[in-house]
Design a protein around this ligand. Structure first.
Ligand code: DUC
Ligand code: ZN
Ligand code: ZN
Ligand code: ZN
Length: 468
């Protein structure tokens, strides 16, 4: 089966040009100058005139079915990957979880059991380590060697749940330096945050807004800097800061990078577009919709402006969603009367490609940088390149035809995520996903869904292309 995506403008990190993309089976076989493709025959032709053709989005940070705070993230691998596909994302990297005390490989097997046969798009895993001991360190080596898992997330937040202390972090970093893996860090000082949370609750400050107030930027910056220092001691172990939200944390990342260090970071659409004041202005318990960690930051500080700048300068390499959806009903509501019991997370896997395209329209990012931050760099960072993240012969035919003249209106009424609300309700975006192709199959076309559960395959990842 061959497919020709014809007449569009192909966008990649190094440039934008009119080109036709020829697909055979699941692979791209040629990227053709339109002047020379008139004679090319294909079983199916997609007209991409007036549209951009970009590599399928790669969301390197999702949490389908994540157990959290006595409940579980509301998207299954089936519903979440389908919503991702609708929004132009053709690969996710989800976080498998080793619960504290559990054998790492058992945690991984449980994640495969949730995902396998259920995904609409291709998927890979990072591994969350719920504690670092001799067995976990051995498991890191085994996962890198045999399972295609080459990145491990640790938590400086959540004492007693996922938390690792500095000694544990250092040991995991030393192991990663040896085996080539990436350490991903949730950088917030959880010990200090817990004190602030208890003090707030004792004062009767129980509303959702106190979630953000008790997680100040200074404690994100402190943890970020500490993680960077520990990685330096571990002979410059590669370090990737997840969900970076604060200017002060970004400054530490930028300084490390200016020193040539192996330090990388991502941000998420919520920190580019939503603020603490959105949450503050919400009536009653509605602010719970925006409870996530790291938290939304104040619009009276320059965080969002600095994050956009960081995306341009590459101090922020990637935009991922940290898709971690919870419904208000029966889930977020668990924290009525005690903000610390609101499950942390915002769902957005469906909207990342569009929300970042709005950044192009607003003059924040170039077209090329849009593609780089949502697709190409995630592939390179996490060992999926050049199978994913690029339009070139030999790569998987994961393509999005994007209509710059279309519009997208975000609403819980129309989204495909399993959530009873949207953190982005009412947002209007100047651009629209027109068609989505996953490994040569057209799965979204003109507002219709043609994908299927089970189409998505598990991807074994290699080491990061950015390893020094
Ligand atoms: N960190 C994440 O990365 N996702 C959800 C909650 C959290 O703390
Ligand atoms: Zn986190
Ligand atoms: Zn710099
Ligand atoms: Zn996350």
């Amino acid at each position: 089966m061959s497919l020709l995506v014809k007449g569009g403008t192909v966008v990649g990190p190094t440039g934008t040009q009119p080109a036709d993309v020829l697909v055979e089976g699941e692979k791209i076989v040629a990227v053709l100058d339109p002047a020379f493709s008139q004679t090319v025959q294909a079983d199916e032709v997609i007209d991409a005139a007036g549209k951009y053709v970009i590599p399928g989005g790669i969301d390197a940070h999702t949490h389908m079915e994540l157990p959290f705070g006595g409940t579980a993230a509301s998207d299954t691998f089936e519903t979440g990957t389908r919503a991702a596909a609708w929004g132009g994302t053709t690969t996710i990297i989800d976080f498998a979880v080793q619960r504290t005390g559990e054998v790492v490989q058992d945690g991984l097997a449980a994640w495969h059991a949730k995902a396998d046969g259920n995904c609409h798009i291709d998927y890979a895993f990072h591994m969350i380590l719920g504690g670092v001991d001799d067995d976990a360190l051995k498991a890191m080596d085994q996962l890198v060697a045999d399972e295609g898992i080459t990145s491990f997330k640790l938590f400086m937040a959540y004492p007693g749940v996922f938390y690792s202390d500095d000694g544990q972090i250092l040991r995991a970093m030393q192991t990663a330096r040896e085996n080539g893996a990436m350490i991903m860090m949730h950088a917030e000082n959880g010990i200090a945050i817990d004190v602030l949370v208890q003090q707030a609750l004792a004062r009767g400050e129980t509303d959702p807004i106190y979630h953000g107030i008790t997680r100040p930027a200074a404690l994100e910056a402190e943890a970020t800097n500490r993680a960077i220092s520990l990685a330096e001691v571990a002979r410059d172990c590669p370090l990737y800061i997840v969900h970076l939200s604060a200017s002060q944390a970004l400054e530490h990342v930028a300084a490390a990078r200016d020193n040539g260090r192996n330090v990388f970071a991502e941000t998420c659409p919520q920190y580019l577009y939503l603020t603490l004041e959105d949450q503050l202005g919400a009536p009653g318990f509605e602010g719970a919709k925006w409870v996530c960690s790291t938290p939304l930051r104040s619009k009276h500080e320059p965080h969002a402006k600095d994050l956009w700048k960081g995306l341009r300068s590459n101090d922020l390499a990637i935009v991922s969603t940290d898709h971690c959806p919870f419904c208000m009903k029966d889930q977020k509501e668990l924290g009525r009367g005690d903000f610390s019991k609101i499950p942390n997370g915002i769902g957005g896997v469906e909207h990342r490609v569009d929300l970042l395209y709005q950044g192009v329209v607003d003059g924040q990012l170039s077209l090329e940088r849009w593609v780089e931050t949502i697709a190409t760099t995630p592939a390179r960072m996490f060992g999926l390149y050049p199978q994913k993240g690029v339009i070139q012969p030999g790569s998987d035919a994961d393509l999005v035809v994007y209509d710059p003249n279309g519009t997208t209106r975000i609403s819980a009424e129309t989204h495909h995520m399993n959530m009873d609300h949207s953190a982005y309700e009412g947002f209007e975006i100047a651009g629209r996903v027109d068609k989505v192709i996953s490994r040569g199959s057209v799965i979204v076309a003109d507002g219709n869904y043609h994908g299927r559960k089970g189409h998505g395959r598990y991807l074994r990842r290699g080491l990061s292309s950015y390893l020094v």
